[in-house]
Design a binder for this molecule. Sequence first.
Ligand code: 0O2
Length: 224
Amino acid sequence: MSTNEERIKDEIVAFSDVMAMEWIARRGAEIERLMAYYRCAMMEIETKFKVLDQEYSLQHDRNPINDIKTRLKRMASIKEKLERKGLPFTMEAIEENLNDVAGIRVVCSFADDVYTLADALLKQDDITLIKKKDYIKAPKKSGYRSLHLVVAVPIFLENEKRPMKVEIQLRTIAMDCWASLEHQLKYKKDRTFTKAMESELLLCAELSTQLDEKMDSLRAGMDI
Ligand code: 0O2
């Protein structure tokens, strides 16, 4: 685990913009505090999913979660997103307007597990749903599929209970495989991405949907 000072230095190195570097250096302690709160919120949500996975495995003798990944958005991406939305690069703007500073990706075994887990999380009385985007029922033009939830979860500090936003992406192994490879192919800086490649990727997305459907019907057939 890196120290606060190391993390702030790391953030500064990620910037080419002198003004942003100065802003981060000046507000180091404040930024580190906010990021620590987001990290705690992420841990809360991760634990909730781990508990649901354990409970499900006791009841059904299989694990609905294949993998959980967490990530905190880098300051450089935070600044870029605020600029894109025409918002100032301030602590208040970050907290008020960005939903995905803390992100957690839950990779599920079967498509039905995505909805079972989402429903089980949203039923918990300390969770508030802020936004839901179902890119499984309505995939993106690119072919991207996932269920996105933005929730608020309270973190309990010494003298305060603080609701923090976390973006949750729930998807199957096939959806995750497609999204990871598409991301690698599409965002290679020195390569052009053609329309034909886009169509091929869309075809791969359709194949991944068929794979999920087949796997889910096998699971249903085995009654597990
Ligand atoms: P990272 O590091 O992956 O998180 P918002 O203002 O946040 O509600 P936004 O930003 O349009 O609206 O959110 P959207 O489109 O619902 O979800 C954005 C995130 O979904 C992306 O995060 C990706 O993780 C994922 N995503 C969305 N579309 C695609 C796609 O076509 N391909 C892949 N591979 N992933 C996608 P970021 O911002 O890219 O960063």
